[in-house]
Design a protein around this ligand. Sequence first.
Ligand code: TYM
Length: 358
Amino acid sequence: MADNGVINPWTVSGEIDYNKLIERFGTKPIDWKLLDRFKKYTGGLHFHLRRGVFYSHRDLDVVLDEFEKGNRFVIYTGRGPSGPVHLGHLVPWIFTRYLQQTFDAKLIFQFTDDEKLMLNPELTEEEVDHWTFENALDLMALGFEQEKVEFIVNRRHSEKVYRVALKVARRTTVSTVKAIFGFDGDTSPAFMFFPAMQAAPCFIESEREGRPVPCLIPAGIDQDPFWRMTRDTATKLGYPKPAQIHCRLLPGLSEGGKMSSSVPGLAIYTTDGPDIVEEKINKVNTQGRGPETCSLYQYYYFLFEESDEALTRIAEGCGARACALCKAQLIERVNNVLENHRVRREGKRSTVTDLLNL
Ligand code: TYM
């Protein structure tokens, strides 16, 4: 990681050197051997894999070995529901849907409403309930099959996770939690237990089935500290170690860090109307930047241009092509995608009500 970069589940800022993160977190790059294995299942490769948006992993090879032996894996990912969904959140979820379709896998999706309440004493229970529902609409709008999705909302469905979380927490210590997450004296005591709540869904299918069920977690690399702790306890508890596949983080509208709700002006939300999107994108200072440093190019790269040839043309035109043109094209694409997304989202109200057991 570059010296000025910070990355953990709650703060991501500055320039992030993603290759150095692989060393620091002890993960592995997704190499050509693994990509070739993926090709076998899908014919082509998802553009997130081709471009290294998903670029790092732990035990992805092990999970594929098991799959080939007929031992299907469960996919696990989640969301901390304290505000609206932005474009960055869509990156791992779009890929998760691809994984679900490719491997016909069940998805366990956790809403860490408890985490958000522990982190922010000002947030109300009504607010996290509201955002859980709203965020679930965004997720389901991406086309997941309802029959293969299970929601775990920690406060609502605690009976599903608490018992396993307790097993995890009994096998970890305050020192481990502190070393990984860096809590201090101002942290809520509840937070010492929370990492065990995020770990628990990795193991609940194994518990339910009474045999080792592999688990694959697609998520941003900012969530990785949780999995380091979880993998240590898996061994102690006799569960399979959960595997991860990590994505880079979509930057905010100005350079560096990630798109984050803590700076709303620098994030594009799925609920932002056409005028807001236009205003936000037009405000970005792109002058003198190239594809390496222009955040708008990253939006094409992560989400809004799936054709590699077209993407290369955008990169080559950068500088020569007026930024105003590039912005106008991006505004149109983002608005098209979001308009369709909002229609699909509205159609998911009864699905989400069912999945949340409301
Ligand atoms: P949360 O709500 O912070 O983030 C949800 C997911 O979005 C990813 N993410 C991003 N990906 C790309 N670019 C960005 N700018 C960006 N910002 C966020 C995160 O990495 C995450 O995958 N505690 C978790 C919720 C959770 C969870 C999980 C996440 C519970 N269980 C299992 C992943 C896997 C949270 O607050 O995520």
